[in-house]
Design a protein around this ligand. Structure first.
Ligand code: SF4
Ligand code: SF4
Length: 55
């Protein structure tokens, strides 16, 4: 299960890269809709500050 930590700066890069449109802004950070997520891992590679992790 991929998750976004509170380290997220809200840059939006992961959202641009997600092929399933599963990442949305929520306040100052982004969150992953686990029902829409296909666990492809693209967002983890896209985040330059490693704020996305596979739990
Ligand atoms: S790429 Fe990383 S820092 Fe940018 S919005 Fe996504 S999780 Fe946050
Ligand atoms: S693992 Fe893939 S489908 Fe899930 S949020 Fe990241 S980029 Fe989107």
């Amino acid at each position: 299960m991929y998750k976004i930590s509170q380290d997220c700066t809200g840059c939006g890069k992961c959202r641009e890269e997600c092929p399933s449109d599963a990442i949305q802004p929520q306040g100052d950070v982004y969150v992953i809709d686990q029902e829409a997520c296909t666990k492809c891992g693209i967002c983890e590679d896209a985040c330059s500050i490693d704020a996305i992790f596979d739990e």
